[in-house]
Design a protein. Structure first.
Length: 233
């Protein structure tokens, strides 16, 4: 119940940001990989009876909501089933939900949750990751486009890294007790662009960032005692 309440008020605060006309927050760390937009002050008081635009109950989940255009997307678990949700940014109304089937739920720590990774969207597609259940891609209208299963991952705490979208690509890093990797997919169809072995890195939960080095994109990812840069292409 504690996790559910956190998600409720996280969504409420996003409603406040919308009123202040802040820009979208389309993935983990936002559009600028953790840098907030300047010039948009936040309310100094948030609570059950202060600055509330709307409140909507949502299933348990540890993923963060993302905000794209007029919609909020998030993931959760209801009755041992995994879901992706879309809410109206202005009213909190549930617009659609999709059950993402899994042969079995990802094993997680007692304080964890199978919906731990944050979704990512480019305004046309929404990509969500559920550990061994895999990557799911939907249109922002709720139509499932593709699914890439993974695992099972050897990790008693489950998967926690989030996918990111860059241009028309999906980047996913997964470091576990063995078989660690980083992959790039085509956003439109989920086909693999490349896969790089990271088996020397054990259990980690880092989500990559993009750096521009001499006008070329690098994918930078922290791992066990090291930080590595990968050529984007």
């Amino acid at each position: 119940m504690r996790c559910q309440t956190w998600l409720l008020w996280g969504i409420v605060s996003l409603g406040i940001v919308d009123r202040l006309q802040a820009e979208d927050w389309p993935q983990f760390r936002g559009a600028h990989f953790g840098r907030a937009v300047e010039g948009h002050p936040l309310p100094d008081a948030i609570g059950p009876n202060q600055n509330v635009l709307w409140k909507t109950p949502v299933p348990l989940g540890h993923s963060s909501p993302i905000v794209v255009g007029s919609r909020i997307f998030l993931t959760g678990v209801r009755e041992q089933k995994l879901y992706v949700f879309a809410l109206d940014r202005n009213t909190g109304k549930l617009l659609w939900e999709d059950h993402c089937p899994a042969k079995q739920l990802e094993p997680v720590h007692a304080v964890g949750n199978p919906a731990q990774s944050t979704s990512a969207s480019d305004g046309k597609y929404v990509v969500s990751f559920f550990g061994s259940c895999g990557l799911f891609c939907h249109t922002v209208e709720g139509q499932r486009v593709w699914h890439r299963p993974f695992g099972p991952f050897p990790n008693e705490f489950g998967a926690g890294s989030s996918p990111i979208l860059v241009d028309d690509r999906v980047i996913l890093a997964q470091d576990h007790d063995n078989g660690s990797f980083i992959m790039m997919f085509r956003l439109a169809d989920g086909e693999t662009v490349w896969k790089t072995d990271r088996s020397e890195f054990l259990r980690n939960y880092s989500t990559p960032v993009i750096w521009q080095v001499q006008r070329k994109k690098q994918i930078v990812l922290a791992g066990t005692l090291r930080v590595v840069g990968y050529d984007f292409d």
